[in-house]
Design a protein around this ligand. Structure first.
Ligand SMILES: [Cu+2]
Length: 148
């Protein structure tokens, strides 16, 4: 029974220390604010908070900035004030973009846990001339879409 108590305490500690990193989507233009989210630990969440203008969030890769990543997260276009929450399960860089019209080309891209030499600015530069592709799913994938 001692070991199960230790396990329960460790589980509680990890829940208590998880941080929700909030990102505004389309606040003041075709941007994520912030567009670079460093220091996100495994077990933390990132909440993309839509602001009433049409945008979405689609996970991609550094090498293909405006193309959905296989098995990545995505959410359909939102024009409400809903929130899309993603659980972070890696400390590797997580790249994302908006697939509405040419927003990705305009620099509506972001990164969770950028790596050395792979910054949001470098990603945005690569995104300028990229073909913008849509996610395969018409529903939220890899995260939870909720109100508020
Ligand atoms: Cu957008």
């Amino acid at each position: 029974m001692v070991s199960s108590k230790i396990f329960a305490a460790a589980a509680l500690a990890s829940i208590a220390s998880a941080i929700d990193h909030q990102v505004k989507v389309g606040s003041g233009g075709n941007v994520y604010s912030p567009s670079t989210i460093p220091g996100v630990a495994v077990g933390d969440t990132v909440s993309f908070q839509f602001q009433g203008t049409v945008h979405n969030v689609v996970q991609s890769s550094f090498s293909s900035p405006c193309t959905p990543m296989d098995n990545g997260f995505s959410v359909p276009f939102q024009s409400s004030s809903d929130t899309f929450t993603v659980n972070v399960t890696t400390t590797d860089a997580i790249w994302f973009y908006c697939s509405y019209q040419n927003h990705c080309n305009l620099g509506m891209v972001g990164v969770i846990n950028p790596g050395t030499g792979q910054t949001q600015g470098a990603f945005a530069s690569a995104a300028k001339g990229a073909t913008v592709s849509q996610p395969k799913s018409n529903s939220a994938v890899g995260g939870v879409l909720g109100s508020g």
